[in-house]
Design a protein around this ligand. Structure first.
Ligand code: FPP
Length: 248
């Protein structure tokens, strides 16, 4: 039985989030510059998106560039931005062919104009696609997102649009850049690091975490299937007892 056949199609996560890590180490291990790792990471992006769409996962969120990544050497940042522009340009027809909608979270206005233009046109072109939404987290950090949400809510209180008592879990979620998306049930991080790194802090409150030592450019469809099978073997209790869950 292949690992793919072990997946229970009735227990698929609706939303998978991925911290794609290890591109730099992958390249270094091959005696190459870090950008070579990022370039090869695009193949894993494509495979993961394709596998998720084929399975019927509805949302895939990829941590492509964090707020903190701006602190990397300028040459790497520039190369990553160029890679982003060329990949989006090249892959938009594939997104169309596969009925995949592109979306972003993060402070997109921080990105170079060429990147903003390319993203805007790909988002516009794919906006009516329905099979899956591919969300790129770009210039994203969860603390930034939560801070922005707090500012928006504070303004509503100041303007008397809402009262303090109306601030709820749902209202906060509705003011995050992930508003309208289900929370990820599964978060995968590659490269052996066991950290959340300012990614979806609010949304991952009850997610299952899956860590693999594989470096991102080596991550394959089978690795994704392993993560989903592991997820399906977990007992998700949401604060309840095991007996309560089994009796439900
Ligand atoms: C982390 O590896 C990876 C990134 C910061 C960038 C990920 C970007 C891509 C896979 C390419 C383009 C993506 C899209 C969506 C088109 P790292 O550099 O932190 O690796 P290290 O920990 O080994 O140094």
């Amino acid at each position: 039985m292949s690992i793919k056949e072990k997946i229970d199609e009735n227990k698929l996560p609706e939303h998978i989030a991925v911290i794609m890590d290890g591109n730099g180490r992958w390249a270094k291990g091959k005696g190459k510059f870090r950008i070579f790792g990022h370039q090869n990471g695009v193949r894993s992006v494509r495979d993961t998106a394709e596998a998720c769409a084929e399975l019927g996962v509805k949302y895939l969120t990829l941590y492509a560039f964090s707020t903190e990544n701006w602190n990397r050497p300028k040459v790497e940042v520039m190369a990553l931005m160029e890679l982003l522009v060329s990949t989006i340009k090249k892959e938009t027809p594939t997104l169309m062919k596969n009925n995949i909608k592109l979306s972003t979270i993060g402070n997109i206005l921080d990105l170079p104009p060429k990147c903003i233009d390319e993203l805007t046109s790909a988002i516009e072109e794919t906006k009516n696609n329905t099979r899956m939404t591919l969300v790129l987290a770009l210039s994203y950090s969860s603390k930034w997102d939560i801070t922005e949400a707090v500012k928006k809510i504070a303004l509503q209180v100041k303007n008397n649009t809402i009262s303090v008592d109306q601030i709820s879990d749902e209202l906060i979620a509705a003011n995050l850049s992930t508003a309208g998306m289900p929370n990820p049930e599964l978060m995968i991080r590659t490269s052996g690091e066991h950290r959340i790194s300012n990614f979806l802090l609010w949304e991952l409150a009850y997610s299952e975490f899956y860590f693999t030592d594989k470096l991102w450019p080596d991550f394959t469809k089978d690795d994704l299937y392993h993560a989903i099978v592991a997820f399906q073997n977990r007992e998700r209790r949401f604060g309840k007892t095991s007996e309560q869950i089994k009796g439900a």
